[in-house]
Design a protein around this ligand. Structure first.
Ligand code: AMP
Ligand code: ZN
Length: 113
């Protein structure tokens, strides 16, 4: 399968990895939209949020707990940060392997664009 993030999981494409275990990997976004911008993804390929099943609930929960741990390590927890998951075209998804964006280091606006 020609999936960019699966290639990062396999180590075929380099990434600035922040955390990795059997289930998830976190790495810096290559085109950061904030002073802090990293992604947390499941190692197992899941194309979109629409493809999630109840069996995926633990790994999706782990995306969030991993995001929170890294945010704390990066020192953005207390000031605050934003977590975003884009789904399909109207949601702004460009890489079809689900990923949690974590953005911080500046004030976010609402509603998002
Ligand atoms: P989305 O538009 O929600 O699908 O987000 C995809 C994200 O992946 C974007 O923020 C891109 O900047 C980021 N991205 C694309 N290629 C890479 C890469 N090789 N390494 C790290 N992040 C990437
Ligand atoms: Zn993939």
């Amino acid at each position: 399968m020609d999936c960019l993030f699966c290639k990062i999981v396999k180590g075929d494409i380099p990434a600035n990895v922040l955390f990795e275990d059997d289930d998830v990997i976190a790495f810096e976004d290559i085109m950061p939209k904030a002073p802090t911008h990293f992604l947390v993804i499941p190692k197992r390929h899941i194309s979109t949020l629409n493809d999630l099943t109840d069996e995926d609930a633990p790994v999706v929960g782990k995306l969030q707990t991993t995001a929170a741990k890294i945010a704390k390590q990066k020192g953005i927890s207390d000031a605050g940060y934003r977590v975003v998951m884009n789904c399909n075209e109207m949601g702004g998804q460009t890489v079809y392997h689900i990923h949690m964006h974590v953005l911080g280091g500046r004030a976010m606006t609402w509603p998002p664009g």
